[in-house]
Design a protein around this ligand. Structure first.
Ligand SMILES: NC(=O)c1ccc[n+]([C@@H]2O[C@H](COP(=O)([O-])OP(=O)(O)OC[C@H]3O[C@@H](n4cnc5c(N)ncnc54)[C@H](O)[C@@H]3O)[C@@H](O)[C@H]2O)c1
Ligand SMILES: O=c1ccn([C@@H]2O[C@H](COP(=O)(O)OP(=O)(O)O[C@H]3O[C@H](CO)[C@@H](O)[C@H](O)[C@H]3O)[C@@H](O)[C@H]2O)c(=O)[nH]1
Length: 446
């Protein structure tokens, strides 16, 4: 099939490369000429394991083209997929200006029948509104399809080539059939539904996963007070098939370009139909507070002496295997520490340049190596669970730090890692581990 993808960000690029891998003729369009220049020179503007090699193969086979010329891409394609951003407005609502603009440009370029597919995450009713907007700009026939995207950053290629399910929201049977044919090689779980339900499935899925995370984080906070271990609790819960083991990792709360934005947008969507989504409001509130547990632990350890201390920070990305720092909890944690007069030394294996570009404050020493960030620090906080950190020799790390204090915001280390070291170790919802490792530091109560 001939496919045009409008918006070559995360979703557009990964989808485009994967459809090309399946043998389709794909044109990826972006209005950002620098991005297209990077792609045309064989580079990849995002860090995503496996993507660069696959893109190179498909370009070589002539299946994948990158351009800024939207009209060219639309004219030569039968299926036009919208994958532009829908970032949050200050109110929390999705900003639909980019998708509206792209839809207008598509309509004005159309030279015959097209299937117009929305992959971007958009509020319920948006596909219908976009179709009206396009009909006011073209006399050409087209059908609308909502095809929400469920890929995760860091495992985006794998998620796209082996998805749990494909959701197709369509009114036109022919368009739905084309979508089934396109995705049949990937999964048997293709669910065809009406457009509004497809739009809602995306928000409901993200909101549910966010709810699981806030739930386990609250359980972790209680575990710290009652002396239970949240990792054991989550494991025990996860064996129940009705609950499942995934998304029950306690930590510093969720971040990234999707959960924070989509949970707030769903609260707004509900508000517009006069429904207060109380549960989701609490999920967001719990998540917002969870990141401050790291700071509360530092305050409990250093008391009024926290200003002036040097704190090493390991991990800036919102999760491992990505260089995306959008809504990363590390942003707020480090800004808060710097505002309190703390000197931060920060390191991330991949995301440091992106983080530094949006951090917007003085007071951080940017480090090229994990050990450099720990050197001479009064304590180390771990905010992203990169594999690199798991392999660190903690006995050596202890010698590098001014004081052997480690606050593990992701429960990365186990008792055996710490055995034989002198670390005062604090994690999330595992108080027994903290006490067992270091008697001279207090067992923190919050
Ligand atoms: N990032 C993810 O992991 C993910 C996963 C699932 C769904 N989504 C959803 O997919 C959508 C895209 O997300 P993203 O992270 O890929 O966005 P992004 O911000 O990385 O990329 C969007 C791209 O669209 C381009 N663009 C905007 N208007 C354009 C136009 N008129 N013509 C051509 N290009 C245009 C921008 O230049 C940008 O490169 C969002 O709605 C998001 O919520 C994202
Ligand atoms: O048990 C867990 C699982 C995740 N997280 C955090 O949750 C956030 C999101 O993680 P993840 O879902 O793996 O990453 P995303 O790439 O943001 O993917 C989510 O958001 C995408 C955009 O909508 C969807 O397509 C995906 O299905 C959905 O998982 C990260 O900060 C993680 O650290 C936890 O704290 N505990």
């Amino acid at each position: 099939m001939n496919i045009a993808i409008i918006g070559t960000g995360y979703v557009g690029l990964v989808s485009g490369v994967c459809y090309a891998k399946l043998g389709h003729r794909v044109v990826c369009v972006d209005k950002d000429p620098e991005k297209i220049a990077v792609l045309n020179s064989g580079g990849i503007p995002i860090y995503e394991p496996g993507l660069k090699e696959m893109a190179a193969e498909s370009r070589l086979a002539g299946h994948l083209v990158f351009t800024t010329d939207l009209a060219f891409a639309v004219r030569r394609s039968d299926i036009i997929m919208l994958a532009v951003g829908t970032p949050p407005l200050p109110s929390g609502e999705a900003n639909l200006a980019y998708i509206d603009q792209a839809a207008i440009e598509i309509a004005e370029a159309m030279n015959g029948y097209k299937i117009v597919v929305v992959k971007s995450t958009v509020p319920v009713g948006t596909n219908e509104r976009l179709a009206k907007l396009m009909r006011s700009r073209t006399i050409m026939r087209f059908d609308s399809v909502s095809l929400p995207e469920f890929l995760r950053e860091g495992s985006a290629v794998e998620d796209t080539l082996r998805p749990d399910r494909i959701i197709v929201g369509a009114e036109c049977e022919g368009a739905a059939e084309q979508m089934i044919r396109l995705h049949e090689p990937l999964t048997e779980q293709i669910i065809v539904t009406d457009i509004r339900s497809a739009e809602m499935i995306k928000y409901a899925s993200n909101a549910f996963l966010a709810t699981k995370i806030s739930f386990i984080n609250e359980i972790a906070n209680i575990c710290e007070k009652v002396g239970a271990d949240v990792t054991k609790v989550a494991e025990g819960m996860g064996y129940d098939k009705r609950i499942g083991p995934s998304f029950l990792k306690a930590g510093i709360g969720y971040g990234g370009s999707c959960f924070p934005k989509d949970t707030r947008a769903l609260i707004q969507i509900a508000g517009h139909v006069d429904y207060e989504f109380k549960l989701l409001r609490s999920v967001v509130e719990v998540n917002q507070d969870q990141r401050f547990n790291v700071i509360r632990k530092l305050e409990a350890i250093f008391g009024s002496e926290l200003p002036g201390k040097t704190i090493g920070v390991w991990g800036l990305a919102f999760k491992p295997n990505t260089d995306d720092v959008r809504d990363s909890p590390a942003l707020e944690i480090i800004r808060h520490l710097v505002d309190r007069g703390v000197k931060a030394k920060a390191y991330d294996p991949i995301a440091l340049p992106n983080f530094r570009a949006i951090f917007g404050k003085e007071g951080v020493e940017w480090c090229n190596k994990a050990e450099e960030a720990a050197q001479g620090a009064d304590a180390l906080i771990l905010l992203t669970e990169w594999d690199e950190f798991a392999g660190v020799d903690l006995a050596r790390l202890q010698r590098v730090l001014k004081q052997p204090i480690l606050i593990d915001g992701r429960n990365m280390f186990k008792e055996e890692h710490l055995a034989g070291t002198d670390f005062a170790y604090y994690s999330v919802g595992r108080p027994s581990l903290s006490k067992g490792v270091k008697e001279r530091m207090p067992v923190l109560q919050f």
